[in-house]
Design a protein around this ligand. Structure first.
Ligand SMILES: Cc1cc2nc3c(=O)[nH]c(=O)nc-3n(C[C@H](O)[C@H](O)[C@H](O)COP(=O)(O)OP(=O)(O)OC[C@H]3O[C@@H](n4cnc5c(N)ncnc54)[C@H](O)[C@@H]3O)c2cc1C
Length: 440
């Protein structure tokens, strides 16, 4: 296979790299093209005190078999280690621990009957195997039916609004069912949640993966921006990049779906492109504070307060040890938004100034002098909007053009985005291509 034009994989996130790894492992000539200087996409990292830290908070679940299996294949399975998480919710100026069943029973914003309904929901969700009947319901309809309007108003509505904004009422019941199932099944017999993290940061796993691709004869190029995909006679021919045109025997597009639509807009008919554009995405911005002191005792804090401009506070160093970051405390403030929201245009100092009064109100002991550094990261396509009957609009991995394949986080359904599924889908497509190419 080596004398043919290579398979080109566009996008050096977990999907693209996992696909390329599978191809390289099987002797297929493959080139990954990544427009950024670093690999890892939304799971890429920066440095604090010389240590890797993700731009956007990341953890995995104990049953994330695809990424665990990948790490094992790469000889670093022991680096994915489990830690108990501590979860809380901020409502009406107070913090409520919500890490386990006892916390739910003590959850004062709800009356006792509603607390029981909330607790049972997680159990019920983990028992649902057939999600198809949920497809025609919205999360709002399903949650209200399961736990009543008050539980919905207090617990779920602020989270759905925080994540999906104006789309909140249209989000599929499948999406929320899956989230509940995921968190419910990453617990031990005491119902304590355990999450996985790659020791030293997921950047090290990305490095391993990229080295493994190259060791097996593949090529990984960063700072190589693909501007279009060239097709003729209903077959993919080449990709146009910032480094020139590269011929391809097959092309895998492993970017976000709207980017795929842009890259293909001149080579495929407009109906197909319009079908790709039907799935909308939310953007995310994360303000990361490097602090001298600990902000709270929680790893994950949901902010159920529509007056606060961020929806979650993730104190990474309550999950991983501050000693790993020279004693610094690292806290993410996460906001989901539309790219047309004025926040998306703001600089780091503007976002910090806007968030600070809320941070001080929530954490009255917080002092400006704790801030040693701040960083702002933005991602335009960070969450697909999963509406009712989503399965009807997901594009297939195969496209109408021969040799052209799509693997994006908008196609991971009923699961939601996540690096485990990026690995799973990337590897699946790699295997599919290996079979296909060996038959040709
Ligand atoms: C705030 C936030 C928190 C998250 N937390 C978690 C978590 O805790 N656990 C978890 O499992 N997942 C989490 N995720 C989701 C996870 O990051 C994604 O599901 C996963 O990284 C998607 O990988 P991907 O390779 O499919 O896409 P991406 O990571 O988006 O990779 C696509 C790549 O394509 C590149 N690209 C785009 N256009 C071009 C072009 N024209 N030419 C060349 N390259 C191009 C991009 O630069 C990017 O590197 C989180 C995401 C966000 C935004």
């Amino acid at each position: 296979m080596a004398d043919r034009a290579p398979v080109i994989v566009i996008g050096g996130g977990f999907t693209g790299l996992s696909c390329a790894y599978e191809l390289a492992k099987n002797g297929v000539s493959v080139v990954v093209l990544e427009k950024e200087s670093d690999l890892g996409g939304m799971a890429s990292s920066f440095k604090i005190k010389g240590k890797n830290i993700e731009k956007f908070y990341h953890h995995c679940f104990c049953h994330d078999h695809s990424i665990i299996n990948l790490a094992q294949q790469l000889g670093c399975g022991d680096q994915l280690t489990g830690t108990h998480s501590s979860v809380a919710t901020y409502i009406n100026g107070k913090f409520y621990r919500l890490s386990g069943p006892l916390d739910v029973l003590r959850f004062k914003p709800l009356n006792f009957r509603d607390r029981i309904r909330l607790g049972l929901l997680v159990l019920k969700a983990s028992r649902i195997q057939d999600w198809k009947p949920l497809e025609s319901l919205t999360a709002m309809e399903w949650l209200k039916g399961q736990c009543g309007p008050e539980v919905y108003r207090v617990v779920w509505e602020p989270l759905l609004r925080g994540k999906f904004g104006a789309h909140a009422d249209t989000i599929s019941a499948v999406w929320i069912w899956n989230k509940l199932k995921l968190r419910g099944t990453s617990r031990n017999w005491k119902r304590q949640e355990k999450l996985l993290y790659y020791r030293g940061g997921f950047a090290l796993l990305v490095d391993r993966l990229s080295h493994a691709i190259c060791k097996k004869g593949g090529n990984v190029r960063t700072r190589c921006d693909v501007s279009s995909i060239i097709c003729s006679d209903n077959r993919v021919q080449a990709v146009k990049t910032s480094d020139g045109t590269i011929e391809a025997q097959s092309v895998v597009v492993a970017t976000a779906l709207p980017v795929a639509a842009d890259l293909l807009s001149e080579s495929i008919d407009s109906d197909y492109i319009a079908s790709l554009r039907r799935i909308e995405h939310r953007a995310n911005l994360c303000l990361v504070l490097e602090l001298s002191e600990r902000l709270s005792s929680f790893y994950w804090l949901n902010v159920n307060d529509p007056n606060v401009p961020f929806v979650a506070v993730i104190e990474h160093t309550n999950f991983q040890l501050p000693e790993d970051y020279a004693g610094k405390k690292i806290v993410y403030f996460s906001k989901y938004l539309s790219v047309s929201d004025p926040y998306y245009q703001m600089t780091g100092s503007e976002v910090l100034s806007s968030f600070l009064p809320h941070i001080k109100r929530m954490f009255p002991h917080f002092k400006d002098s704790w801030i040693e550094n701040y960083y702002l990261w933005k991602s335009p396509y960070s969450q697909p909007v999963v509406g009712r009957d989503y399965s009807q609009i997901i594009p297939s991995v195969r496209t109408p053009i021969n040799g052209l394949y799509l693997s994006t986080m908008a196609q991971i359904y009923p699961e939601d985005r996540g690096i485990n599924y990026a690995v799973r889908e990337g590897m699946y497509l790699g295997q599919l291509l290996v079979k296909q190419l060996s038959n040709n």
